[in-house]
Ligand binder design. Structure first.
Ligand code: NAD
Length: 283
């Protein structure tokens, strides 16, 4: 989809990090923007910020893990603007690190509820409406480089959820192409980006073990690259990818590219997975 000016963009997880940068970039491209997030205060501030710069923007609070709230988000976007052309299924959460066998059913349910079912609810609410409109459109699902090759240590739930997003977005793309649709799809796989993702536990509901007194920080025990990307760099790559109808939008630093390439090569070569270096531990 090359022409964006005047068109409508909806973004989930738009109050912070990559989602906020996508919203700012959409506004700078002259799009009308629907920002959605579970956090009402930051969402309000983000919408006010965009409006202050002259953008046409509204905010709709929605928890993407809840089908009815995502359906309501789609209904609001269409009621307000009559169309949606770019839908960024971006909201996502990360958990405290633990060995694979110690992640509780609540960890799996919360993270898969947001990272996987949130994307599923988004596709189910928006894609049929976008197809019915007969207008060009594009869906961008945010996965991760950790969805292409298992990344960290202690991040089994997150990595598995992002593998699911890569796979289901490939299916979405094939289903759209098979039907010669005007709507296309991309999967966004960021590397390590400077956002609030490491405090994602702030949004864990009580029913999944969240609440006051929780250790919200999730510092990685794996050695992360020092050259973190900015959310703005990621957003710029997303808009290039949408314009070029590029399916895989890999917005990453070189060391993470190499990690994924090496992981895939090892598989074809019959070798066992490489294990990332631990912080402060000599290889
Ligand atoms: N930061 C990174 O290094 C990185 C790398 C790869 C992929 N990602 C992915 O990028 C996406 C955006 O994350 P970010 O890094 O900008 O983090 P962030 O925490 O800065 O932003 C995520 C936003 O999602 C919102 N959110 C959380 N739970 C929600 C829910 N149930 N419903 C609706 N909104 C909800 C949060 O309030 C927040 O505003 C996520 O899908 C994340 O997995 C991030």
């Amino acid at each position: 989809m090359r022409e964006l000016r005047g068109r409508v963009c909806v973004i989930t997880g738009a109050a912070s990090g990559i989602g906020l940068a996508l919203a700012e970039r959409a506004a700078a491209e002259g799009m009308r923007v629907v920002l959605s997030d579970i956090e009402a205060g930051p969402l309000e501030a983000a919408v006010a910020g965009l409006r202050g710069q002259g953008a046409t923007a509204i905010g709709v609070r929605a928890d993407v893990s809840k089908e009815a709230e995502v359906e309501e988000l789609a209904a609001r976007a269409y009621a307000e603007f009559g169309a949606v052309h770019l839908f960024c299924n971006n909201a996502g959460v990360f958990s405290r690190e633990k060995p694979t066998w110690e992640h509780t059913p609540a960890d799996w349910q919360w993270i898969f509820g947001v990272n996987v079912m949130g994307v599923v609810h988004g596709m189910r609410a928006f894609v049929p409406r976008m197809l019915a409109s007969g207008e060009p459109g594009h869906v961008v699902n945010t996965a991760s480089m950790a969805g292409l090759a298992t990344g960290g240590m202690g991040t089994a739930v997150y990595d598995a959820s992002k593998h699911a997003v890569v796979s289901l977005t490939e299916s979405l793309y094939k289903d759209l192409v098979t039907r010669q649709s005007l709507v296309s799809a991309s999967v966004l796989c960021p590397g390590v980006v400077d956002t609030n993702i490491f405090t994602a536990e702030r949004n864990r509901p009580a029913e999944y073990g969240g609440g006051p007194g929780q250790d919200v920080a999730s510092p990685s025990s794996a050695e992360l690259p020092s050259d973190w990307l900015s959310p703005q760099e990621v957003a710029a790559q997303v808009f290039d990818g949408v314009r070029e109808d590029r399916f895989y939008i890999l917005a990453s630093q070189p060391v993470v590219f190499e990690w994924v390439r090496m992981a895939h090569n090892r598989m074809w070569e019959g070798k066992n997975p490489a294990v990332p270096r631990r912080k402060g531990v000599e290889a």
